[in-house]
Design a protein around this ligand. Structure first.
Ligand SMILES: [Zn+2]
Length: 439
């Protein structure tokens, strides 16, 4: 595995040997790992050495390798994406892609046989199971189909209960390219290859997600599971989140800026009208007319609509409209009707409880989350909603899955300070949210 550094390294180094052994002993699933962002640095260096010289790409590749080697400083998430053209150039032939995939799988599934000097623990496999994701790229040497079969050939060297593939669709793709990717994914799934799901990924500030709906529906109808990167930045609009949630993905990536209102509207295990508020520690009943209730805005909009309607439909004289009892009755009627609307809206959404793929280091280093204390994982933990701890891209974020789990167990401010039982439960939630489940 690449050198670990940053928040996860600090958390890991703060743990005792027995705490590290506990984390290593947990069966863990890595459900959100991008192939091209997880290639060990040494593999990229060796692939670069093997590449025939070309002045077009040499400088860019050397520059990217140097940035990765010296440790990235990302001011914002958009600084992250320009790294990838060089990595793509290094993995554009079948042999390079095989090598990269093999090294990524080995890094996650096999114990490192040459522990780093001064290592504070005996290496064990990072996880019991991985769903590796990648966007099939057509290059001069590969079609999208051969790209995926090349990756699958490596994945299928492991048992079904160890590794599977998610095919990622990039938000910047044209309609035709997205259609082709989904078509190939379905064909491989139908042929019994180990494709288990589809993902929507890429620069969160680009593309119109609504154009992808038909493709994801096709995949779902064919039997593939679906995950989407959602509300990754502040710029991702509520309209976009609503569209994506409307697809009912089986899992959600990041969901950093998903509004409390949408969480309450779409998920089944969050405060319902007339029940507890967003924090379980608060035993007072919060009603939707209370601004603290997550559905307050939805309720209030419906309330105003019904108030207007009741007033318009009233046959009372102008004089009686001025009385306190008229105001009281219209308020009560509008309140009751609005509550019914909210309940109907939630019923229409059905039973929906998608696992949230949480990538702590990625969020901290991309600056989408200020601190662990402010991280949205706190909300899902408080509401007992399924989550899965993942690395996203081990290469630029210089982390490992063990390091991400260390962020759960380490004491604040280095970690969340969860106890062993809570961490064990989170690991189990990840295993439960696997698309493949080794079938
Ligand atoms: Zn991701």
């Amino acid at each position: 595995m690449s050198t670990i550094s940053g928040p996860s390294a600090a958390a890991l180094h703060s743990l005792s040997p027995s705490e590290i052994r506990f984390l290593q002993s947990l069966p863990k699933a890595e459900l959100h790992a991008h192939l091209n962002g997880s290639i060990p640095l040494q593999t990229l260096v060796e692939l670069a050495q093997d590449l025939p010289p070309s002045t077009d790409t040499d400088n860019e590749i050397a520059g990217t390798i140097e940035r990765l080697r010296s440790g990235l400083t990302l001011d914002e998430i958009s600084d992250f994406f320009p790294l990838f053209p060089a990595i793509y150039a290094l993995t554009s032939t079948p042999s390079a892609l095989s090598r990269a995939t093999r090294d990524v799988l080995d890094a996650f599934l096999k114990p490192r046989n040459d522990p780093l000097p001064g290592s504070i623990y005996t290496p064990t496999p990072e996880c019991a199971y991985i769903e590796l994701r990648t966007t099939p790229r057509a290059t001069a040497h590969l079609s999208r189909y051969t790209y995926l079969t090349t990756v699958l050939d490596e994945i299928e060297k492991f048992r079904p209960d160890q590794a599977a593939l998610i095919v990622s669709i990039d938000r910047r793709m044209s309609d035709a390219d997205a259609a082709e990717c989904v078509h190939v994914a379905i064909a491989l799934w139908d042929a019994g290859r180990r494709v288990v799901g589809l993902d929507l990924c890429g620069d969160p500030r680009r593309g119109d997600v609504s154009t992808f709906e038909k493709h994801f529906r096709r995949g779902k109808d064919a039997g593939l599971s679906v995950t989407v990167h959602i509300a990754e930045t502040r710029e991702n609009t509520a309209v976009e989140s609503r569209i994506l949630l409307g697809w009912h993905p089986d899992r959600l990536g990041h969901a950093t800026f998903l509004s409390r209102e949408y969480i309450a509207l779409f998920f089944t295990d969050v405060p319902q009208p007339g029940t507890c508020g967003p924090s379980n520690s608060n035993t007072n009943i919060i009603q939707p007319w209370d601004p603290r209730h997550p559905l307050h805005h939805t309720f209030f909009a419906a309330y105003r609509k019904h108030l207007e309607r009741i007033r318009n439909e009233s046959t009372e004289s102008e004089e009686s409209r001025q009385t306190l009892s008229f105001h009281f009755d219209t308020d009560k009627g509008a309140r009751r009707a609005a509550l019914k609307d909210v309940e109907a809206l939630m019923k229409e959404r059905g039973v929906y409880k998608p696992c949230i793929e949480i990538c702590l280091s990625s969020n901290l280093l991309c600056g989408t989350v200020r601190s662990l204390e402010a991280h949205h994982i706190q909300y899902y933990l408080a509401n007992n909603h399924p989550i899965s701890i993942c690395t996203d891209d081990t290469l630029p974020f210089r982390t490992t899955l063990l390091g991400e789990y260390a962020l759960l167990l380490a004491k604040p401010p280095l970690g969340l300070g969860l106890n062993h039982e809570q961490v064990r439960r989170i690991a189990q939630m990840g295993m439960d949210a696997r698309f493949g489940k080794g079938k």
